[in-house]
Structures are given as structure tokens and as C-alpha cells.
Design a protein around this ligand. Structure first.
Ligand SMILES: [Zn+2]
Length: 94
């Protein structure tokens, strides 16, 4: 479980590079959360998170897929700064 989360985070970071990780959305069957932003995760019931950039969007469950860490979209995090919640628990507390 932990190894798989680690692998996902590494893979997303690798594929993201300087561009949006389109391939994650398009080709990984593990991304069961795609297209389900705001809906409960089928595995744990946590709200599905979204990263949106230009015409691209990817959805994921922060609890199942990133160990509770909300991925930061660079453009969004620049705008939101400290308002951007760092973890799912922060999001639920606010
Ligand atoms: Zn989940």
C-alpha cells in the first residue's frame, strides 16, 4: 500500500516535469477517479480532488492515491498560496 502510493507520487512528479501530466489521465487504468471530481471515492468515500490546467484536468483521490496529500497545481497554488489546503484533513477542517 505505502509502496504503491510512493510509486504514484513519484510517477506523477516524473511525468509532470514542466508540463501537465496528460499521460496520467489518459493511460493509467489505476486512475479510477478520473472524471469524478467532487464525488466520493469508490474506495474510501473521500471527495475526489482535481488538478486543472488550461484544457487539461486530472482527478484523483487524495486518500487512496496520494496518502492524503493534495497535489498542487503550480498555477493554482501560485494564486491561492496559503489558502490552498495541504492535506485532505486540512480541506475537511476548513
Ligand atoms: Zn479513496
Amino acid at each position: 500500500m505505502r509502496a504503491e502510493l510512493r510509486e504514484w507520487i513519484d510517477r506523477l512528479r516524473l511525468e509532470a516535469g514542466d508540463a501537465f501530466p496528460e499521460k496520467v489521465t489518459a493511460s493509467h487504468p489505476a486512475m479510477k477517479a478520473h472524471g469524478k471530481f467532487g464525488q466520493p471515492c469508490p474506495h474510501c468515500g473521500s471527495p475526489i480532488q482535481r488538478i486543472a490546467y488550461a484544457q487539461n484536468e486530472t482527478n484523483y483521490c487524495a486518500r487512496c492515491q496520494t496518502g492524503g496529500v493534495l497535489l498542487r497545481d503550480r498555477a493554482l497554488s501560485r494564486i491561492l498560496k496559503q489558502d490552498w489546503p495541504a492535506t485532505l484533513d486540512d480541506l475537511e477542517d476548513s
